[in-house]
Design a protein around this ligand. Structure first.
Ligand code: AMP
Length: 374
């Protein structure tokens, strides 16, 4: 896909450039101070900032952070992110959280005009926000010379090339909990990939479609018929055993109850929270012969040590095999970090939702805006 690069902005000496980034990073209180605990997205933008400064531009960045509902909210102040940015690069200003203004999410042109006023050029380096028709993504390209940042460019090229020219066998791994959000892409992948491994909370809507009992596991009842169509592709690989807890037992940040293993059936009053050893073995066999693997979404509630095995196994298998490995952002990116294999992946997207939408539709609103098509 042809997107304008920063070279197309011409001479930037003495110019003022606004860069839309996605610094929506996890922030936690450490020793009484709020600190960024994963700076992957911030580090990824530094080469662009350095390049713009080397070309003589003064650089201002802007980002959203959390969901502050269109008004200032100290909980979502970007101060910790700004401190972290200052520790990595000099002379890059970071504006206040874009979502402190209601006009950001409502794509209000007046807010867009206020935002870009005084700037000579705009760069979108926020792949993870480019599926949103928000003012900071959509408006600036309508009024000033605008370009795609190198990371955004690389994300788009890598993801589209993976889908159109994968080395075969092409294996997709789809997990997580947002069944409704992920069925569209699962359908596309079931058509294009040789195998689609399904895990996590996603799996139980598939089990239900097969008539396997799911107890109180996560399910999207409205999607069962859609899932039947996906199953008809013949490419879906489902878990056959799952680790379960009695419904109501605490999980997520740990708990005392020992999980029980169930095969092809979750009992009444139980919920499935991770794939079991037989499934892990079957997934591993499919992955071992893969030429390309695209992974989005954990295989279980991997935040809880009792339910991390399925996700850990996918991460470790991807690190061992010779395939081209593409990790589609969000929780899968967090998982490869957590299990120490991030550096063995060929590509980790910075955008969960955006990578899914790009793969599903082949384009994003923010990319259309950069091409002058919005
Ligand atoms: P997503 O944002 O759709 O990728 O979903 C990620 C979330 O799915 C993680 O927080 C996991 O804890 C959760 N998850 C994974 N497997 C299950 C499951 N079997 N039941 C409920 N939640 C799950």
């Amino acid at each position: 896909m042809l997107l304008p690069s920063i070279d197309s902005l011409g001479d930037l000496n003495g110019k003022s450039v606004l860069v839309r980034v996605d610094f929506n990073c996890p922030v936690e209180s450490v020793a009484g101070e709020l600190r960024v605990t994963d700076d992957f997205r911030i580090r990824a933008a530094i080469p662009l900032f350095e390049e713009l400064k080397a070309r003589g531009a003064s650089v201002t960045a802007c980002t959203h952070f959390g969901r502050p509902k269109g008004r200032p909210d100290s909980q979502f102040d970007v101060a910790p992110i700004r401190r972290h940015l200052d520790s990595l690069v000099e002379n890059v200003r970071l504006l206040e959280n874009l979502r402190f203004h209601p006009g950001e999410e409502s794509n209000d042109p007046e807010f867009g005009a206020d935002l870009i006023r005084g700037f000579d050029a705009y760069v979108n380096e926020a792949f993870g926000a480019s599926h949103r028709e928000h003012a900071s993504i959509m408006f600036p390209p309508t009024v000033v010379p605008s370009a795609a940042g190198p990371n955004l460019q690389r994300e788009v090229e890598t993801l589209l090339a993976t889908l159109s020219h994968p080395q075969r066998p092409f294996v997709a791994v789809v997990g997580g909990a947002k069944v409704a959000d992920k069925l569209g892409i699962t359908k596309v992948l079931a058509d294009r990939a040789d195998s689609v491994i399904i895990g996590g909370g996603m799996a139980f809507t598939f089990w239900k479609a097969l008539g396997w009992p799911i107890g109180d596991s996560l399910v999207d009842d409205a999607r069962v018929s859609e899932v039947r169509e996906i199953l008809a592709s013949g490419h879906v690989v489902l878990p056959t055993d799952v680790w379960c807890l009695p419904t109501g037992s605490p999980f997520g940040s740990g708990g005392d109850t020992e999980p029980v293993l169930r095969s092809r059936s979750v009992g009444v009053g139980e919920m499935g929270l991770d794939v079991g050893p037989e499934s892990i073995e079957a997934f591993r066999r499919v992955l071992e012969s893969a030429g390309t693997v695209l992974w989005n979404g954990p295989m279980g509630v991997f935040e809880d040590r009792r339910f991390e095995h399925g996700t850990r196994s996918i991460a470790e298998t991807l690190a061992e095999i010779g395939a081209t490995t593409i990790v589609g952002g969000g929780d899968s990116a967090a998982a490869v970090e957590k299990f120490g294999v991030a550096s063995s992946m060929n590509f980790i997207s910075t955008g969960g939702g955006a990578s899914l939408e790009l793969l599903e539709y082949g384009d994003l609103p923010g990319l259309r805006a950069l091409r002058g098509e919005s």
